[in-house]
Design a protein around this ligand. Structure first.
Ligand SMILES: [Mg+2]
Length: 240
């Protein structure tokens, strides 16, 4: 009997599904830029965790108007190939999850602007109260430094050892999770990280590249999991 290969697909949002890093763009537009530059530099030098970074960035916006924020979010553009990718996953029965270290507030808005529904989204929360941005971190785990939403935990919770896990991302917040996935698609900062840390990955420009490669992987008679990722997943299971 041939066992059907099951793929679970996890996708970053900012800079991967959207063309811009929406979180960053919001703070570039609305926060005190001098304060912001110091915060971002500390983040990139690993002096600041992602969670502390978001808390400080939100505090660096003295006041924000909801309609201004919303119309700014409305100007953000998604990569059109992501729409094709959703169709591909639907056709293939590959379950798709969005794992973002950004905020639910703009992700839901951008998805609804593009008529995208029915995708599981795990992200940090953001509320606007009295013209202030109040972040929340429902999926925080202190063992994940580079992402306030611990992406690794979602991969572990939503996959089993018989399934193949795929991660698609571009940046800093994906550094922890790539150690737990079998197939990594990386661009920009994540690509450089994978190169320097010797994480096996496929480079990609857009989701058409991902579709091509996945089609290719699925056609293989024998497909191997990444043993380093498998080991890390098992370690995480036993700790919990
Ligand atoms: Mg990103």
């Amino acid at each position: 009997m041939i066992m059907e290969k099951v793929f679970k697909i996890f996708v970053d949002f900012d800079g991967t599904i959207t063309q811009q890093d929406v979180g960053e763009e919001i703070f570039l537009k609305f926060a005190d830029n001098n304060k912001m530059n110091v915060i971002i530099e500390d983040l990139l030098n690993d002096k600041l965790s992602s969670r502390d970074c978001w808390v400080q960035l939100c505090a660096a916006i003295p006041s924000i108007d909801k309609s201004e924020l919303d119309s700014f979010i409305n100007s953000m553009i998604i990569d059109p190939s992501f729409i094709e990718f959703i169709k591909y996953c639907g056709k293939e029965n590959d379950e798709l999850f969005v794992l973002s270290d950004g905020f639910d507030y703009y992700i839901h808005r951008i998805f609804s602007n593009n008529d995208i529904g029915n995708i599981s989204v795990y992200a940090n929360s953001l509320q606007l109260i009295n013209n202030k941005l109040i972040p929340g971190f429902p999926y925080y785990d202190e063992s994940c430094f580079s992402s306030a939403n611990c992406k690794r935990n979602h991969v572990i919770n939503h996959s089993s050892e018989e399934e193949f896990t795929v991660f698609i991302g571009d940046g800093n917040s994906d550094k922890d999770v790539v150690e737990y996935c079998d197939f990594i698609f990386a661009k920009n900062d994540l690509l450089r990280y994978c190169e320097s840390e010797r994480v096996t990955f496929f480079p990609f420009k857009d989701f058409n590249d991902v579709i091509k490669k996945l089609t290719d992987l699925k056609a293989r008679k024998r497909l191997k999991k990444r043993s380093r990722a498998q080991l890390n997943r098992q370690k995480a299971y036993t700790i919990e």
